[in-house]
Design a protein around this ligand. Structure first.
Ligand code: ATP
Ligand code: MG
Length: 253
């Protein structure tokens, strides 16, 4: 199983849209067995696939319960090959609990849990919160690859250095295989600001950059109301075509 963290300290840059659609495309188009992990108390990925609930175990239990049977936390989605570990607001308390519990390792709980089901999936995609906290550190420790969605605006590159530092520290201390696969631009518009932002990204040498950017289209907002992945909601819109291309580029990278 290859585990991918989709992460950025900034909010609203399409971490969830990218995680949900990448997971769906890998499962439905590429016929891979995919596990999507919602690692954000907002539970947006869970809501996208209709599995947000307070009656079922969630990622919070994976953080706090020793020896948990991960199978019991995994929820099926309506799509073949695509399962999900949901999240809800209980993750807030769970994070505090982990921080206070020094009796066992705090940063490797995801890794231990995901290893137990690694034979059952080809890909695990982790949708992270806009933060560096014990949950996101657990995600980085459990990951092989990191993808950073970036939405171009004045603040687009804020926090990138801090995120890179966290990735480098994780690689050094706990996960030597961790690979920063690259940044990709989301909500791309054909205007000067976006062209210059993309050019800046391509010309710096700190972060690899994907050729494919994801075009902005209101169909994406609509798809969240319809709780339907973009290639099913509007196959011909720019974002649908771009996410298909982006997944191809990732698989070939
Ligand atoms: N390509 C796109 N075109 C238009 N709107 C988009 C596109 N991608 C994302 N959006 C919109 O941007 C908003 C933020 O997206 P999303 O929830 O995926 O971001 P996020 O990074 O997960 O946010 P958070 O940090 O709160 O978890 C949503 O309203 C979504 O519909
Ligand atoms: Mg999100």
């Amino acid at each position: 199983m290859k585990t991918i963290s989709i992460i950025n300290l900034k909010g609203g840059v399409a971490k969830t849209i990218s995680s949900a659609n990448m997971a769906h495309i890998l499962a439905v188009i590429h016929n891979k067995r995919v596990l999507l992990v919602d690692n954000d108390k907002q539970g947006n990925s869970s809501k996208m696939f209709g599995v947000h609930s307070y009656n079922e175990p969630s990622v919070a239990e994976i953080m706090t319960i020793r020896g948990i049977n991960v199978e019991e936390v995994i929820a099926p989605t309506q799509y073949k090959n695509l399962d999900l570990i949901p999240a809800n607001m209980t993750l807030l308390k769970a994070n505090l609990e982990v921080m206070l519990d020094t009796t066992r390792p705090q940063q490797t709980r995801f890794r231990t849990a995901l290893r137990s089901i690694a034979g059952e999936y080809d890909y695990c995609i982790i949708d992270n919160a806009p933060d560096i906290n014990i949950s996101t550190i657990n995600a980085l420790v459990a990951s092989d690859d990191v993808l950073i969605p970036i939405k171009i605006d004045k603040f687009a590159f804020d926090g990138l250095a801090e995120l890179k530092e966290q990735i480098d520290n994780t690689r050094e201390d706990l996960n030597p295989e961790l690979c920063l696969k690259g940044c990709f631009i989301t909500s791309y518009q054909n205007n000067e600001v976006n062209k210059q932002g993309k050019e800046w990204l391509i010309n710096q040498n700190e972060y690899p950059v994907f050729d494919t950017h994801i075009r902005r289209t209101e169909k994406v907002d609509e798809s969240t109301f319809a709780t339907t992945p973009i290639i099913e909601y509007s196959k011909r819109c720019g974002a649908a075509k771009d996410y298909l291309k982006f997944v191809e580029e990732y698989l070939n990278k």
